[in-house]
Design a protein around this ligand. Structure first.
Ligand SMILES: [Zn+2]
Length: 423
């Protein structure tokens, strides 16, 4: 979160006031999103239930806590401090290590260098299998501190929590062998606290290169629950996309209204360019910013030496909800192809095709199956069988010849998939 420069406002008056978006009085009481045409939603659909539910069940609070603590321990991540520069390179290494762990040679992790700082921004790219030119971005800033707080800026909530949210989102995607149709980029921005500089540099470059960014989701502060609801969707008309906000509502209603992953939400505004989403919005891209609390309920410790994990009761459960939303957003916007040419490591699974019948058998596996889904080469689900036996057959009569993926999901959360050819 970038500080609202109130003392300078007194000095420079209306100039800065206008630059920061001003008080926006006529919009302050009405949620602007309800006035937008719903037809804008047509680009965004929700149809990845199985994969999303499989992923959001795997979010680990401990991983988030560990990342927050590790980043807090740099002491400061102010962009010009050696530890701040080191942290930026270390985050690049961690993300590269995750890609290596899951043997994803298709993933790149790059430094985005800035002329104004030695701190780098980090861009991880999972290339799309079908529409690689269409890009979905989630991001958050990696620096901490501000002009008055450079040396003792632990920044646990602001914004180690955001980097931890992105890192856990990445881990879960890779653990589930996420193969997107569209390109997904995860960004850790440099030097946000001094004026959104890192993200502004990247957004300008993307605009210059006419990159087709479908949407940008910002994670800045995710671990302090200041309001009596979980997530405050920033609906500042100047810096957020009503279309994206509507899609986030759709996701939250679809996946989190009830069941095992409940997330409550409401709306709020900063009324100034308070975080990196504004950099993208100012270049004409669709951006959204789900906040950890209403703006008026903000964590009182941010931008102080007291912004520690301990001050958040050593509890990362609030961030878990943001990881789930990030997973829902990434998977539903980029869509998974779920078509691996390499067979999933499932030695217990046998699949054969004989006379238009798919014969399957799972040995040495003590959980009952929950479902079998068949997916064609377009990534389309063509068949769903619920509560099947661990050994059986599925009629493929009437299905066009070609390659398919059979995805077997077990009640214990494990899943196996196997590609097969129907002649
Ligand atoms: Zn901040």
């Amino acid at each position: 979160m970038k500080k609202f420069l109130f003392p300078l406002i007194l000095l420079f008056g209306s100039l800065l006031w206008a630059q920061n978006g001003g008080p926006n009085i006529q919009n302050s009481t009405e949620p602007n999103i309800v006035h937008q045409p719903l037809s804008l939603l047509s680009d965004f659909t929700i149809d990845q239930d199985d994969f999303v539910n499989q992923c959001i069940a795997m979010v680990e609070e401990n991983n988030i806590a560990n990342t927050i603590i590790t980043l807090e321990n740099y002491g400061t991540r102010f962009h010009s401090k050696p530890s701040g520069v080191q942290a930026s390179h270390d985050i690049k290494d961690w993300w590269q290590d995750l890609a290596d762990t899951y043997e994803r040679n298709d993933i790149t992790v790059e430094a985005f260098n800035h002329s104004f700082s030695n701190q780098i921004s980090v861009i991880l790219t999972i290339p799309g299998n079908e529409s690689p030119d269409e890009i979905v971005i989630i991001g958050g800033h990696l620096d901490s501190g501000d002009f008055w707080l450079q040396d003792n800026a632990p920044g646990a909530d602001d914004n180690a929590s955001g980097i931890a949210t992105l890192t856990e989102t990445l881990r879960v995607l890779l653990a589930n062998d996420f193969q997107p149709k569209k390109t997904v980029q995860i960004m850790a921005y440099a030097a946000e606290e001094i004026g959104l500089n890192g993200s502004a540099d990247i957004a300008q470059t993307y605009k210059n290169q006419s990159k087709n960014v479908l949407g940008v989701l910002q994670f800045d502060l995710t671990n302090y629950k200041g309001s009596d609801f979980d997530i405050a969707l920033n609906n500042d008309a100047q810096y957020t996309s009503s279309e994206l906000n509507l899609f986030l509502i759709d996701l939250l209603e679809h996946y989190n209204a009830s069941g095992e992953h409940p997330i409550s939400y409401d709306f709020s505004k900063c009324n100034y360019a308070c975080s990196d989403h504004a950099s993208w919005a100012q270049k004409g891209y669709k951006a959204a910013f789900p906040m950890e609390s209403a703006f008026e309920d903000a964590n009182p410790n941010i931008h102080t030496p007291n912004d520690t994990f301990a001050a958040m009761n050593n509890d990362a459960s609030h961030s878990v909800k943001f990881v789930k939303l990030a997973l829902e957003f990434v998977i539903e916007t980029a869509k998974t192809i779920q078509l691996n040419t390499t067979e999933v490591n499932a030695p217990q699974l046998q699949v054969t095709v004989n006379q238009n019948k798919l014969l399957y058998k799972i040995d040495h596996f003590d959980s009952p199956l929950k479902s079998i889904v068949l997916i064609d080469t377009n990534g389309k689900r063509v068949l769903l069988t619920e509560q099947p036996d661990n050994q059986g057959e599925i009629s493929m009569t009437g299905f066009p010849a070609g390659a398919y993926i059979a995805v077997f999901k077990a009640e214990n959360g494990k899943s196996f998939s196997k590609k097969f050819l129907l002649r």
